[in-house]
Design a protein around this ligand. Sequence first.
Ligand code: AHG
Ligand code: MN
Ligand code: MN
Length: 360
Amino acid sequence: MLCGRTNVNKFLVEEQRRNPALIGDVSMLISDVVRSCKAIGQGVSRGSLAGVLGDEGSRNVQGEVQKKLDVLANQAFLHHCEWGGHLRAMASEEMEDIHPIPAEHPRGNYLLVFDPLDGSSNIDVNLSVGSIFSVLRCPDHASAQPPTAADFLQCGSRQVAAGYAIYGPSTMLVLTVGNGTHGFTLNRDIGEFLLTHPDLAISPDTREFAINASNERFWEPPVQRYVAECLQGKSGVRGKDFNMRWVASMVAEVHRILMRGGVFMYPRDSKDLSKPGRLRLLYEANPMAMIVVQAGGQASTGDERILDVQPTSLHQRVPVILGSRNEVERIERYHREHASGEDQPFRSPLFSTRTLFRDD
Ligand code: AHG
Ligand code: MN
Ligand code: MN
């Protein structure tokens, strides 16, 4: 039965008692975020019945087609989080500029940045999607002045809290306030997220990787080398077979990794040289990196820890390699070996085994 289960509010109050540095209104802010996620989850679960599927007929600042639910989910975050008095401003994937808290509401000292609907290309085919969020402190110097985009340009290591909701077979909230990563499951009967997965721990080793393999020819050589070795399985240098997954919804991939280990890659590629990766630093990579690191995993660009990357713009993209610690460290080593010329120039197994492509 439900008796004795901890809900998110109780969890946050107890976290605060353990860590007085967590100022009271962080938990109130997270409660507002939780309300946004419940509202979005309800819209997602109703699907066609609520008329919320399909394209909005517009594009976001990044030129991506907006789904109706991208826009509705963005509005849900604004609506639930702007009046509480905890925030100075918000920023999101779906808004070109920051959203300062309107003058009619009290202003607080935090910044909220979010991806209101992640994996939204999956929404029309009824696969898992989610919402991702990150909480930052507003820099002190800005407290008397109107907020600016520059206030958001803080390293991920300065996040106060991060989390995601996944709208899957069950709706779950995964949260960190810097003391481990914890999972809650929505009990729809009482409308509460209840602690079901305390102290999530990512296994350091794995036999599962996730990458969009259709981009193989655009990847950097260290990633080509890593994936080729996984595909060689038992007969290659890894000496074991690997399994591959790709949901095209980062929330779902990270959730799987938290549950059973694995490595997720959306690496730097040469498809469009103006974009050093697909995923956005502030509202995708940073919160997921904090969640994964707090669960004992690693998160890297291949060259540096994601949490150490100094942001330079609100919608900046970054390469992402995260999950089981030993695999991420191996991929980082492949990057170092490639940079120093220690590894052999990579030859795709496809091209070296087919006589059609041989140049001899
Ligand atoms: P969003 O729906 O917020 O734009 O994010 C989608 C992201 C991420 O969730 C996923 O890993 C990746 O894009 C999928 O990209 P591909 O379609 O290139 O596989
Ligand atoms: Mn996304
Ligand atoms: Mn999105």
